[in-house]
Design a protein around this ligand. Sequence first.
Ligand code: SF4
Length: 489
Amino acid sequence: MSGLFGVVSKEESCTPTLFYGTDYHSHLGTEYGGLAVSGDGLRHKIHDISQSQFKSKFFEDIGRMAGRMGIGAISDADEQPLFTRSRFGEFYIVTAGLIENKEALTQELLSRGLSFSEPSKNGINTTEIIAKLITLGDDLIQGIEKMFEKINGSCSLLILSKEGVYAARDRRGYTPLVLGKNDGMWAVTSETCAFTNLGFSPVKFLRPGEIILLNEKEGLVSRTPGLPDNQICTFLWIYTGFPASSYENIGVETVRERCGRALARQDKDIDIDVVSGVPDSGVGHAIGYAMESKRPYRRPLVKYTPGYGRSYTPPSQETRDLVAKMKLIPIRSIIENNRLVVCEDSIVRGTQLKNFAVKKLWDCGAKEVHVRPACPPLMFPCRFCLSTRTTAELAARRAVRALEGRDVEDVAGYCDATTEKYKKMVEWIARDLEVTSLRYLTLHDMVAAVGLPKERLCTYCWTGEHPGAKNPPKEDTQQTKNPVRTDRP
Ligand code: SF4
């Protein structure tokens, strides 16, 4: 994952706004932060933020980076912004997305005589591939459009050049970009939560494939109008987005509350004492559950916030497990002798939930633990915007393998919540998690909670259906897309 922020100021330096605006994307990445500013020439700075927060790393740099236009990124994978000197000028670029045919594109560019120079822990830096593809166009706009045609997956980007800040939203719209304005500035962001405290009002959610230019003189210049059809990532509302953000004008926290209400409506047959959520992303769902069920929302597990990020984002499983283990502290007086509902955004592998949440609840004397994920079972790793795990790692796929005695490719029966297969799969996962009961939100209720037509939402990781993708899904049962890194400085 990556989060992007760009800003153009009419009069004053943009760097304080750029600093805070980029920092508000810290929930989307734990590895690198980077800023680039156009003032007396183009300047940039990148820091490894895996061991300390973006703010502390950039606090001193920002005083040395005056300029009226800038872009920034926080990411999980590669260092950015990257600089390119092309035949249509110099620019910095930041990207967010996932390129499935990265290896093929790398080979194609190498065979055309291009070279790669950026260091990357994951082979070739994805943003460098994007930059090289763009420079093959006749100009920046045509280069971006040609790049969109070449990639499988998704890519939203910001480019800082002498002309201003270009923003281009991924052509299928999996990842969002939002334009905002305040008295003296224009800004573009992945997350609208970056706007509120900086005084920006959202002006428009960019359309898929739309390209705009922001500059000091003209403000907003539309370059290409974009496409009407959209496949925005549903997981933004369920898990990855910040509660104070909204996408397509639909608030994250509101959707989470609706998911929680729908979960509670499925649960007329159980009696409980306490409603809770696994912090942080399970909390909104749990509040919705509590409102609907009229049972008290309490916090049997609290997150020790200072210094602990999301347990999903670090690239190594070891680090993810360590964060998951250390950050949640149980409160025995709320847990002991109580029947608990625990809302969770989703279950990926299930091991963190089992070992670092459910086990803590049992150890503190819980009487019953009912787990309620706010989406259906994850059946396919994301192909479009998240660096997710392999198919084989997913809890639902482990259940299918155990039930079938082998890997099966056609899992349609397990995706349908009305089938016996689905029921057996959920029972298997519940046993594996060692919980009293497990009940997932249905696809229908999740889509209804978001409120957009189903065809405008990507639901691939639950259904395997991918109307916008170029190629059929590849079964990735052997290799992890996000390998464990041991070379962190
Ligand atoms: S596959 Fe899942 S995580 Fe990826 S874009 Fe689609 S809904 Fe989002």
